[in-house]
Design a protein around this ligand. Structure first.
Ligand SMILES: [Fe+2]
Length: 220
């Protein structure tokens, strides 16, 4: 018999795939190829866990019920009891900053980490609290973020102002492309897809204007 856990996770992956099917931008096909390749494999046998920061995800889901994609919110809520939430923490604390380090969390859904250079894959949920900058960073894995809350402000290079966005349009980062993004009054929440090299740790890129960007709030 198929367990509720397996049904909930497989349903969530199907909902993520159909959400992505609405878009045609860069990376969409890559992430859907990864989903197609991994979705029928065994569901990960994880130890379900919440951490304090998972409260930001609850807030984001409440927002989605009112202003976001209600169907996807429902699929995520159904899977919540079976997810292992954890911090992703490869960064030196003095660079990433205490606020981000202590207020983000992620839960991987499907995929598998392989050796360097492998076409491995990771699909998961990720979020962090309100009014927080995820400072400039880069990684080997080409990456899709599909934001499920808004607004969120982005930049893709040194010294740029944040580009505040309200749409749910996915963001695609090529391998090692720098990116930074900031939440507004609502926690940032997304699903992400890493389409290769998922085992190579991300790296911070020091930028002298972090304090200034962290003081700015989202445009009203
Ligand atoms: Fe990233």
């Amino acid at each position: 018999m198929i367990s509720e856990r397996e049904t909930a996770i497989r349903n969530l992956i199907a909902e993520i795939d159909s959400y992505l099917g609405r878009f045609e931008g860069p990376g969409v096909a890559d992430v859907r190829t990864g989903i197609a390749r991994w979705r029928d494999g065994p569901i990960r046998d994880v130890e379900p866990a919440r951490i304090r920061q998972t409260g930001h995800i609850d807030t984001a889901l409440d927002w989605m019920d009112k202003e976001g994609d209600r169907r996807l919110a429902g699929a995520i809520r159904r899977a919540m009891p079976y997810l292992e939430w954890q911090a992703y923490d490869p960064y030196p604390r003095e660079l990433i900053g205490d606020t981000y380090a202590e207020n983000h969390c992620m839960a991987s859904l499907i995929g598998e980490a392989g050796p360097v250079g492998a076409t491995d894959f990771d699909l998961g949920l990720f979020g962090f609290g309100p009014d927080i900058l995820y400072r400039d960073h880069k990684h080997a894995a080409p990456e899709m973020y599909a934001p499920l809350t808004a607004p969120h402000g982005w930049r893709f290079g040194s010294g740029a102002a944040l580009d505040w966005r309200s749409s749910f349009q996915p963001v695609w980062n090529e391998a090692w492309a720098p990116h930074a993004f900031r939440s507004g009054p609502i926690p940032f929440f997304c699903f992400f897809g890493w389409t290769r090299d998922v085992n190579i740790p991300a790296e911070m890129i020091f930028e002298p204007d972090w304090a200034e960007i962290e003081r700015q709030s989202a445009p009203a």
